[in-house]
Design a protein around this ligand. Structure first.
Ligand SMILES: [Cu+2]
Length: 296
């Protein structure tokens, strides 16, 4: 009957699990209007060609961490309860030191765990960072205090070549609605291989579209790359993810993933040519004063 006793002693743990389950249901209820949501990650599983893989790495790493956690917490609790000091006991309990098998075990096991995490992270990273031999679109992105410039190099399906640019003006966060519509916007064609060339005009910035699950620094004097193929039409939020000065929080942009013909229509509205390194480093302070009357 000792087994029954043991089951009884687990009941607080069972209760805690049930409570956690209820909490999980309550917390995830708000995600119901968005059926393909990936737990707490932003966006959907199929937002880009990379998001499924990145989601799996994230979720599986959490599962592995949770298994290790539950095992560790369980062992700790068991030691605390089973080996607690009982009434009338004095002095130290029996001491255990220089137990070679035990020491080998707790050296090897963490090494294996780190090795497994490293292996899967490396696999996914290699796959995500694999350059396209012939991308359909190259977007050169310049970060600048505190906005963005985009150079689009694109060959349309009918063979027309585009080399056009757009220059972003810093957002002006007024605290009122409607600011989102005024943000600089990058357009991307759905289901096309895109290479981003990430550069900076001044300090270190970071190009981040949370729903794409990819983020990369933009470092003055060098080019970083990002590769993805958008799979889902829609609007997404983008932002600078590296504290880059006073108005870092206003370095926002929109991402519009559109059909290829709509993308071409958009390119047609842009000015030709390429904004290189020599382009005015910081037009925004001036623009901001013109736009807002210098009230900022
Ligand atoms: Cu920045």
């Amino acid at each position: 009957m000792s087994s029954q006793k043991r089951t009884g002693s687990f009941s607080p743990a069972v209760k805690a699990t049930a409570l956690a389950g209820v909490a999980l249901l309550v917390l995830t209820a708000c995600a119901e209007d968005h059926p393909a949501r990936r737990g707490w990650l932003p966006g959907d599983r199929d937002t880009t060609s990379n998001t499924a893989e990145l989601t799996d790495l994230w979720v599986n790493s959490w599962i592995a961490a949770l298994v290790v956690g539950v095992l560790t917490w369980g062992l700790m609790l068991w030691c605390m309860i089973a080996y607690r000091r009982r009434k009338g006991e004095t002095g130290y309990p029996r001491q255990l030191a220089y137990n070679i098998p035990l020491e080998i075990m707790y050296t090897i096991v963490p090494l294996v765990m780190v090795g497994v995490l490293f292996f899967w992270t490396d696999q996914v990273q290699r796959s995500v960072d694999e350059p396209y031999a012939e991308p359909d679109l190259v977007v050169e992105v310049y970060g600048k205090q505190w906005s963005w410039d985009w150079n689009y190099t694109y060959t349309a399906d009918d063979g027309t070549e585009y080399e056009v640019h757009d220059t972003g003006i810093q957002a002006h966060l007024t605290g009122e609605e409607g600011v989102r519509e005024t943000l600089p916007t990058i357009y991307l064609p759905v289901d096309h291989d895109i290479t981003f060339e990430l550069k900076s005009r001044d300090v270190i910035h970071s190009f981040w579209v949370p729903a794409f699950l990819q983020k990369r620094d933009m470092v003055p004097g060098r080019t970083n790359y990002m590769y993805l193929n958008p799979q889902e039409l829609g609007s997404f939020d983008g932002k600078c993810a590296e504290l880059c000065g006073e108005y870092h929080s206003e370095m926002l942009f929109n991402v519009e993933v559109v059909e290829a013909d709509e993308f071409v229509d958009y390119l047609e509205t842009l000015d030709e040519g390429h904004l290189g390194d020599e382009y005015n480093r910081n037009p925004n302070l001036h623009d901001r004063e013109t736009l807002t009357g210098g009230d900022h």
